[in-house]
Design a protein around this ligand. Structure first.
Ligand code: SF4
Length: 147
């Protein structure tokens, strides 16, 4: 049996502070009191990191967007239906693609805008660094852009 758990998904709004989620490092430590967990190199195209549970042969995946976020390997950007390119679900940065799209018959302005935005892609979200998380972190909900 394969299991994947996930700690609180940082949706970017509302109250999502430390103490409001259980870090999976603690879950893993608790499991290791009873089971041998062997790190696996498996990747499934998603953010889970896998271990083999030696006693059962099962594979267990941990998704840790808060305690050990996976932004360093993130290669994703999103384009909304209004032509706004967001370079991170957890940040506001990006580019408006309509102006360069309309500026020329050539694709060059559009490609330049995309290249520029990608070059400014943040190293990661700031959810865990912000104290308290008691105020909305982003004006837009994650579902606005699609997670
Ligand atoms: S928070 Fe941003 S950088 Fe991190 S995985 Fe999500 S989109 Fe990528």
């Amino acid at each position: 049996m394969d299991l994947t758990l996930i700690e609180l998904m940082p949706l970017g709004i509302g109250t999502q502070g430390e103490g409001r989620f259980l870090p999976l490092s603690e879950v893993r430590a608790a499991l290791e009191q009873r089971f041998r967990l062997e790190d696996l190199p498996d990747r499934t195209g998603g953010p889970a990191r896998y271990v083999r549970v030696a006693e059962t042969g099962g594979r267990l995946g941990f998704i840790t967007p808060l305690s050990q976020h996976f932004c360093a390997s993130c290669n994703r950007v999103r384009v909304t239906c209004t032509g706004r390119l967001f370079t991170c679900l957890g940040q506001e940065g990006g580019a408006e693609l309509r102006p360069p799209l309309r500026a020329s018959e050539s694709d060059d302005p559009l490609l330049a805008a995309i290249d520029s935005a990608i070059a400014r892609k943040p190293a990661g979200h700031g959810f865990i660094d912000r104290q308290g998380f008691t105020t909305p972190l982003l004006a837009r909900h994650m579902s606005t852009t699609g997670g």
